[in-house]
Design a protein around this ligand. Structure first.
Ligand SMILES: *Cc1c(COP(=O)(O)O)cnc(C)c1O
Length: 337
């Protein structure tokens, strides 16, 4: 932050050559470090929530299909319904693997212009494998993927989705207030067909701006600067992903092999998230764990939605280092052991 301040970048106009250069460089770094295909476009937006709305307004004329099992996927569906009354939803169970539900889901979504899935459901600590063949019956459908709490933490096969998005406060470890949206050529083709041009954040207008490495709004320049610095520092995603997946395995074994009076919220180990570990217990115990961790200087993620009071969540994000993980494990052993 001090470097950003000293460099003067915080005072420049967002259409100035300095800012354009920084945006260009940051997008190149995203392609490189996250291994994003060269023909996929990268845009900065304000938040992941904004991506939900951009998709509904610019890529759907009549129907989208939302397959979800938690609070974020449901919210996305509900926001879309306000703009697209024909949007359909399909809720699946916490311990169900999307791959095994495919026949039913595929036919229900066969008319959808966009099929919306939440790769990592932050509210309950589940994840799905994004696979075009398994999700879409109609290969014309676009696949939109909310990867807010997993992008930059684990690897994806980008070609399996057409719209991917995240916000910077999760796996990128930055202050909240900026989002990243990534679109395939197929998504852009659909945007052109739809021709929607009524909003400051209409996808075609966003694309026009980014062709010049400019944003469609006055962006959080500090966050773009910080994103640039973080991307310069981090390893390639395949390396980060191996580490995060191994750490997740360690967390799950830690709880499974313990005699703690807690249990893992997600019983099916094939759908457990790599980046968000959700732990369940009775309300009193969960309250004690949250309070005592706080006293030890660790802020645990609260439960969310239906699991607000009887779960807590551990962020297995790349910015958290081994010492911090050890500290949390020791604290949990002290409270629960
Ligand atoms: C955090 C989160 C969001 C919302 O992100 P904002 O930056 O608050 O818009 C959306 N979806 C998922 C899965 C999330 O984890």
């Amino acid at each position: 932050m001090q470097d950003a301040f000293k460099s003067g970048i915080l005072s420049v106009n967002h259409r100035s050559p300095e800012c354009v250069e920084m945006v260009r460089n940051t997008i190149n770094l995203l392609h490189k470090k996250l291994d994003i295909p060269a023909d996929y476009s990268v845009y900065f937006i304000s938040s992941a929530t904004e991506a939900w709305e951009i998709i509904a307004q610019s890529l759907v004329k009549e129907n989208s299909f939302h397959v979800y099992n938690g609070a974020f996927g449901k919210k996305w569906f509900e926001y879309t319904q306000k703009l697209i009354p024909g949007a359909k939803g399909y809720a699946f169970g916490l311990n169900e693997n999307l791959a095994n539900l495919s026949a039913e889901i595929r036919s229900a979504g066969s008319e959808a212009e966009v099929i919306c899935i939440t790769q990592n459901e932050t509210s309950n600590g589940t994840q799905v494998l994004v696979n075009r063949q398994k999700i879409a019956q109609n290969q014309e459908s676009l696949i939109a993927v909310d990867a807010t709490s997993s992008m930059a933490g684990i690897t994806f096969d980008w070609t399996q989705g057409d719209i991917w998005f995240t916000s910077v406060q999760k796996c990128l470890g930055l202050p909240a207030g900026a989002g990243i949206m990534i679109c395939s050529p197929k998504a852009l083709k659909k945007a052109e067909e739809t021709g929607e041009n009524k909003h400051y954040n209409s996808l075609l207008f966003i694309h026009e701006n980014f062709a010049k490495f400019q944003t469609h709004y006055t962006p959080n320049v500090l966050n773009i600067y910080l994103l640039n610095r973080v991307l310069e520092e981090i390893q390639e995603i395949s390396y980060i992903s191996d580490k995060i997946r191994k750490q997740a395995d360690d967390w799950y074994s830690f709880f499974e092999n313990s005699s703690f009076k807690t249990s893992l919220l997600v019983e099916n180990n094939t759908v457990r998230s790599d980046t968000v570990i959700a732990v369940k217990g009775d309300e009193e115990l969960i309250k004690t764990i949250k309070n005592q961790s706080k006293t030890a200087g660790i802020t645990l993620g609260n439960g969310y939605g239906d699991w607000k009071n009887n779960t807590f969540r551990i962020a297995n994000f790349p910015a958290i280092d081994l010492l911090e993980i050890e500290k949390l494990k020791n604290t949990l052993v002290q409270i629960l052991g």
